[in-house]
Design a protein around this ligand. Structure first.
Ligand SMILES: *Cc1c(COP(=O)(O)O)cnc(C)c1O
Length: 344
């Protein structure tokens, strides 16, 4: 039978209320791409779980199908979220599909072009907040406590339920859980979901390497960061809503949470693109962390199966690429000029 989306495929494993009315864009079912060159370099068997291939270009769709399906089923008419961009695009798309009004709060000037465009295209009412993601999240929490508007940030438990499916898919594709799972950590919903998913599915448990950006690394520093800064806007978060759970996942799995610099993130983005996988900066953090650990001898690679979750597509944040590269050369529309330039 053709694929019918995550709730259809994994609904029996998701703790969703009976009133849930499935709203799906056939999210999930993303590929686990083998990385032979990187595997050889690192001495392990490395795979990329490419979440950029979800309907709105990030893993957020996994949780959003669940959150919106629940909200619709209980009669919600308006949904709201705070977002660094991808949650906004995802909420807007699923709300549009369900015929709901969607409102998204984003930190002023700090959202990548492709994400903002997505939220607008899907018809969200986009509001810029003169503050950080954390400020926007506080506002969203307050308005959903005082009004009938439904909250679809990852503090909504159904988001976590939906996002568990990433772990289920990896186990189903590989036959069992990998030895290591590496992923970026921002508000910490995803690391929480993966750990819950692996524990529930009972196909083995990976060690988890969570990776934050050095300028937004509250879980590494052990305290909130008032003014988080990083080019990886999707993880530019100073007070992770599920920080405790993230630390617990790292600890219980015998893994850890580390930080990498923006330079490491950008160079890893290029390494991935050189293998044909273009991801947004935040999405390169997981591999950047693995490479950093490997470089200092803290990663025992031999015989290990490693999955790196690449959370969002490179097309979400095109300016990060075009700004740091010279624009393409310009020549007259002549064959001779072309041959001259190409040098054949
Ligand atoms: C949301 C997001 C993250 C961070 O996920 P959390 O669940 O907030 O930790 C990382 N990368 C991308 C592309 C995202 O959209």
């Amino acid at each position: 039978m053709t694929y019918q989306g995550l709730i259809h495929r994994y609904g029996q494993y998701l703790d969703l209320p009976a009133h849930t009315k499935t709203i799906s864009l056939l999210e999930g079912n993303t590929p686990l791409i083998p990385m032979p060159r990187l595997s050889a370099e690192l001495g392990c068997e490395l795979f990329i779980k490419f979440e950029g291939l979800n309907p709105t270009g990030s893993f957020k769709d996994r949780g959003m199908t669940a959150a919106i399906s629940e909200a619709v089923g209980r009669g919600a008419q308006t949904v709201i979220c705070a977002s660094t961009g991808n949650t906004a695009a995802s909420a807007a798309a699923y709300a549009a599909r369900a015929g709901l009004r969607s409102i998204v709060l984003i930190p002023e000037g700090k959202v990548a072009a492709g994400k903002l465009a997505g939220a607008i295209a899907y018809g969200a009412e986009v509001i810029q907040i003169q503050g950080s993601f954390d400020d926007a999240l506080s506002l969203v929490v307050e308005i959903t406590q005082k009004t009938p508007i439904a909250l679809v940030n990852s503090i909504n438990p159904f988001r976590i339920e939906g996002q568990k499916t990433g772990a289920f898919e990896i186990c189903d594709d590989m036959g069992s859980a990998p030895d290591w799972l590496c992923l970026p950590v921002g508000n910490a919903g995803n690391i929480t979901s993966y750990w819950a998913g692996f524990k529930q599915y009972q196909k083995g448990l990976p060690q988890i390497l969570g990776v934050q950006a050095a300028g937004a690394a509250p879980l590494v520093l052990g305290h909130p960061v008032e003014k988080p800064e990083t080019i990886a806007t999707a993880i530019r978060i100073g007070k992770p809503a599920r920080g405790e759970e993230a630390l617990e996942a790292a600890h219980e799995s015998n893994g850890r949470i580390i930080a990498v610099s923006d330079e490491q993130i950008l160079s890893t983005q290029k390494i991935l693109a050189a293998e044909g996988v273009w991801v947004e900066p935040a999405s390169a953090a997981g591999l950047a962390g693995l490479l950093a650990e490997s470089a200092v001898g803290k990663f025992e690679a031999k015989g290990k199966r490693v999955v790196v979750v690449c959370t969002g597509h490179g097309m979400k944040d095109p300016s990060i690429i075009t700004e740091s590269f010279k624009s393409p050369k310009i020549i007259p529309a002549s064959y001779d000029a072309l041959v001259d330039l190409v040098g054949v």
